[in-house]
Design a protein around this ligand. Structure first.
Ligand code: FES
Length: 149
C-alpha cells in the first residue's frame, strides 16, 4: 500500500510562561484534560519580565512560526511589577517587528492565572489557529543555521 504524504502545515509555536501563574495554568489545563496543540513548546521562565525581546527574535530566527508570552495578570505578578515591564517591552517589540517585516500577529502577550486552565487552553488553540492561517514564518530564514528546520 502506497503511503500518502500529508503536507498539512503544522506551525512551530514557542510559549514563554511565567512559573507562578501561566505555567501553573498550563499544568491545570493538562490535569483537567483540556486540549491545546502539541506543537506549542512551553518554556518556563521565573517571570514574564525575564523574557528579553531578543529571546523572541531568536525564537523566530531559530524557526518558530509564532511566539507567545504568558504571565500573571497585571497587579498579580509574583515579583510585584515584572509584568508591567513586560507590557512596555513587548509593545516596543511589536513596533520593531513591523520594521523587520515580521507580522506582529505572530507574537502575542496574554495574562493567564494559575486558576485559568480553560483560558490557557483557549488562548493556545486560538493562537495556534491564527499562526496556521498566517503560514510559515519565512523572515530571518536566511540567518538560520542549516539543519535548524
Ligand atoms: Fe508571573 Fe511575574 S511572576 S508575570
Amino acid at each position: 500500500m502506497q503511503e500518502v504524504e500529508n503536507k498539512e502545515f503544522i506551525p512551530t509555536i514557542v510559549a514563554f510562561c511565567c512559573n507562578w501563574c501561566s505555567y501553573a495554568g498550563a499544568d491545570l489545563a493538562g490535569t483537567s484534560r483540556l486540549e491545546y496543540p502539541a506543537n506549542v513548546k512551553i518554556i518556563r521562565v521565573p517571570c514574564s519580565c525575564r523574557v528579553n525581546p531578543m529571546f523572541i527574535l531568536k525564537a523566530f530566527q531559530s524557526g518558530a512560526d509564532g511566539v507567545i508570552l504568558c504571565g500573571c495578570h497585571p497587579g498579580d505578578c509574583h515579583y510585584m511589577t515584572g509584568n508591567y515591564y513586560t507590557r512596555r517591552r513587548m509593545s516596543l517589540l511589536f513596533s520593531f517587528l513591523n520594521y523587520l517585516g515580521i507580522e506582529k500577529e505572530r507574537t502575542r502577550v496574554e495574562w493567564v492565572s494559575a486558576a485559568e486552565g480553560a483560558r490557557f487552553s483557549m488562548v493556545m488553540n486560538d493562537f495556534a489557529a491564527k499562526i496556521k492561517e498566517l503560514g510559515e514564518n519565512k523572515r530571518l530564514q536566511d540567518l538560520r543555521i542549516k539543519g535548524d528546520r
